[in-house]
Design a binder for this molecule. Structure first.
Ligand code: ASP
Length: 594
């Protein structure tokens, strides 16, 4: 087939632009053949670009040579067409597309390129298997939903940039080839050719650089930035992902919250959603007691401690510890589950040391009618709600530090599982869009049972509460951090903290984490030194851009909103990465594969 050159063909409109008012205009359209319908004497070609489709008409009786040329077109060929806009007759109007009132009667056609028969057609509503989609991502991205998602991503990022810039934030780049940042994952390493045996690390976050930018007096920084974390493979994780990362000088947590609420409002507006601010706030302790989890889904009713509905003897007869909470989980609308269905749900609770599932209150109604009536009232349960109780086993001891979190957390986990399983049924789960919350005052440290030591719950640069400083050595488990998360509908969108700006406190934290001065110096010496040159109080946060866009797009996976994602097994199927490299390259880097 002979191909034509683009020559001087200059587009007058995009394929989604033309309307009835353009009737009679001569236009030039450029794009892909979405579909060809050959009716013998007339051929219709839908030409497509990222804005939509326009129907081109080739009439044999008017221009036999052009009609002949149109008959050679196939799906995904690239064409240019000159023609005249014509209103369609009432009967042939296509109300499903914005250009459906018109068509373009072609007077010239240039065939700019052919296409092999693609493994799937962008116009096919049936979705190809995901591996095929990822291997042929360039074709997959031509599909309308993908074009929508990528455009949405652009708009959201732009709205965030504009908002932050209007509030005095500078977008400042930080290096990709750097040293390890402690965010709790493994590093991706880049070997140095010049210094054999030495490596750069790709950043897990720009954490230390953004703190240094505060030391450097930039006052407010942000970056929409790629981060790299080599984590254990999980279904919806990407080894490289994009964060909206920010840091500011002299802030209280409230100042950070205002900025984040502001840019989220702008981002959601870009997707035509209005957000109400400020978001509700709760401490970690309140989140655990009310929801049993640190990323509460506010669309469902809270948990209620209904222990006082029972007498101590009743609790003992249920083999429960009468000194620990009895937590009621209430899920609307699914109160009519059969006994069999309820039994089938028991595995959702699993085996737990710290908590026992007592089941649906229906089972208790006969033996403890008064208690059940009281607990219904306490938890605000309606007749149509499923109410399940979780308590602590009788033999469970009341521990000194976190007396009752175990019961609440077990109940919280079951609440999430039940909510997920019956999401279709209980309307409350679907109603009312976006429920944000701030969770504050996280514990500073987490006990690592394997290593028998304390780990930083956020990262080691997070400031402890001023009021808890004296417990750093005596009672690390009770120290609260000036750390916060922003949560949406039960998922964590981002975390941040007020940082340590004093060298003396930073050293204390490293000590509490069991890190010797020597080790701290060798890992973060540059940073500890920088802290000693006039570091202002500062703090910040980072939010996952991919996740925000996924939620706004109503997509089920991050891969739907990342142009070139990796699979759940960390493979790029299109470029086929990772791959082995040549012996010569390895030799040059001084690397030997074991
Ligand atoms: N660097 C942290 C993270 O990536 C966020 C922050 O503390 O600002 O999770």
């Amino acid at each position: 087939m002979t191909l034509d050159f683009l020559g001087d063909l200059r587009r007058t409109h995009m394929c989604g632009d033309l309307r009835a008012e353009n009737d009679g205009q001569e236009v030039v359209l450029l794009g892909w053949v979405n579909r060809r319908r050959d009716l013998g004497n007339v051929i219709f070609i839908d030409v497509r670009d990222r804005t939509g489709l326009t129907q081109l008409v080739f009439d044999k009786s008017e221009n036999p040579a052009l009609h002949e040329k149109a008959s050679t077109l196939r799906s995904e060929f690239v064409i240019g067409a000159i023609g005249k806009v014509r209103r369609r007759g009432e009967k042939t109007i296509n109300r499903n597309i914005p250009t459906g009132e018109i068509e373009v009667v072609a007077s010239e056609l240039r065939l700019l390129n052919e296409s092999k028969q693609p493994p799937f057609l962008p116009s096919d509503p049936a979705l190809a298997n995901e591996e095929v989609r990822l291997k042929y991502r360039y074709i997959d991205l031509r599909r309308e939903p993908m074009q929508y998602n990528i455009e949405l991503r652009h708009k959201v990022a732009l709205a965030i940039r504009q908002y932050l810039s209007s509030k005095g934030f500078f977008e400042i780049e930080t290096p990709f080839m750097t040293r390890s940042t402690p965010e709790g994952a493994r590093d991706y390493l880049v070997p140095s050719r010049v210094y054999p045996g030495e490596f750069y690390a790709l950043p897990q976050s720009p954490q230390l650089f953004k703190q240094i930018l505060m030391i450097s007096g930039f006052d407010k920084y942000f970056q929409i930035v790629r981060c790299f974390r080599d984590e254990d493979l999980r279904a919806d994780r990407q080894p490289e992902f994009t964060q909206i990362d920010l840091e500011m000088s002299f802030p209280q947590p409230d100042r950070v919250f205002e900025v984040v609420e502001g840019f989220l409002q702008a981002a959601f507006k870009a997707a035509a959603h209005e957000l109400k601010t400020p978001f509700p706030r709760m401490s970690y302790d309140e989140a655990i007691r009310n929801y049993g989890i640190d990323k509460p889904d506010l669309r469902l009713p809270k948990l209620t401690d209904v222990r006082s509905a029972f007498t101590a003897e009743q609790l003992q007869s249920l083999q429960l510890n009468p000194e620990l909470p009895v937590v009621a989980i209430r899920i609307p609308v699914i109160g009519d589950l059969s006994r069999k269905e309820r039994d089938e749900n028991r595995p959702l609770f699993g085996e737990r040391k710290e908590a026992r599932l007592i089941d649906d209150i229906k089972r208790l109604e006969k033996s403890f009618p008064e208690a059940v009536a009281k607990l219904r009232e306490m938890s605000g349960a309606e007749a149509s709600d499923l109410v399940v109780l979780v308590g602590a086993p009788a033999q469970m001891e009341k521990s000194a530090t976190r007396p009752d979190y175990g019961v609440f957390m077990a109940a919280g986990a079951l609440r999430v599982e039940l909510a997920r399983k019956y999401a279709q049924r209980h309307m409350a789960f679907h109603k009312g869009g976006f429920h944000f919350a701030w969770v504050t005052d996280f514990p500073m440290f987490e006990w690592d049972e394997n290593e028998k030591r304390w780990n930083a719950a956020h990262h080691p640069f997070t400031s402890p509460h001023e009021r808890d400083m004296d417990k750093l050595e005596s009672d690390p488990g009770a120290v609260r951090a000036l750390a916060y998360d922003v949560v949406l509908n039960g998922t964590e969108l981002g975390s941040g903290s007020i940082r340590i700006h004093r060298q003396d406190i930073q050293s204390k934290i490293f000590r509490a984490l069991g890190m010797s001065d020597e080790e701290a110096r060798s890992r973060f010496g540059f940073f500890l030194e920088a802290l000693e040159y006039g570091t202002p109080p500062h703090g910040g946060i980072a939010l996952g851009l991919d996740r925000i866009v996924m939620i706004l797009a109503g997509a089920e996976s991050l891969r739907e909103v990342i142009p070139f994602p990796k699979t759940a097994k960390a493979v790029d199927l299109m470029v086929d990465a990772p791959t082995p490299v040549s012996e010569a390259q390895l030799r040059e880097l001084g690397i030997k594969i074991r």
